[in-house]
Design a protein. Structure first.
Length: 163
């Protein structure tokens, strides 16, 4: 049972009750503000992820370049250093990009360590009554690329057997 009807409310009261109140407007502004802050944080983390992926892709490209150049030189000329340590190279990659609002120039310093297996690991020996011959038919190559992004060290490793 209702004590009031639509006709019992005066038009002036209906006009005052129409629309949004100040509290609804303040709450919706606060919600929109939180959404904008969340989207800004999402954009920043996406930008960092894109740059981190680019640095990793650069490391993969450098390791592939080193591997291709070692393959082009040939197995016979690949020798492990006399000290037994790995060969160390430094490569710098630069690129310009815009993974966000602002364009920037990125420079990354990569350290490449190359390890080459001993000749005895992949040696073939043929013997006859007259002569014994030895032939190195392959060598294992280990490539490790290291770099630093935002103070954190990163690295990738690649191994293959060159024939």
């Amino acid at each position: 049972m209702r004590f009031w009807t639509e006709k019992s409310i005066s038009p002036e009261v209906r006009r005052r009750k129409a629309g949004f109140g100040i509290m609804e407007i303040l709450i919706s502004a606060a919600v929109l503000g939180f959404m904008i802050v969340a989207l800004n944080l999402l954009q920043t983390s996406n930008r960092d992820s894109i740059i981190r992926i680019r640095t990793r892709d650069g490391a993969v490209a450098i390791s592939q370049e080193v591997l291709d150049s070692l393959s082009a030189v040939g197995v016979a000329s690949l020798q492990m250093p006399a000290s037994g340590n790995k060969i160390v190279l430094h490569k710098i990659r630069e690129w310009e990009g815009k993974p966000g609002v602002y364009a920037h120039k990125m420079t990354v310093d990569y350290t490449v360590r190359i390890g080459i297996s001993n000749d005895a690991d992949y040696k073939e020996q043929n013997s006859s009554l007259y002569k014994t011959t030895e032939h190195v038919y392959a060598k294992k190559v280990d490539i490790e690329v290291e770099w630093t992004y935002k103070g954190t060290p990163h690295s990738i490793s690649m191994s293959t057997v060159l024939r």
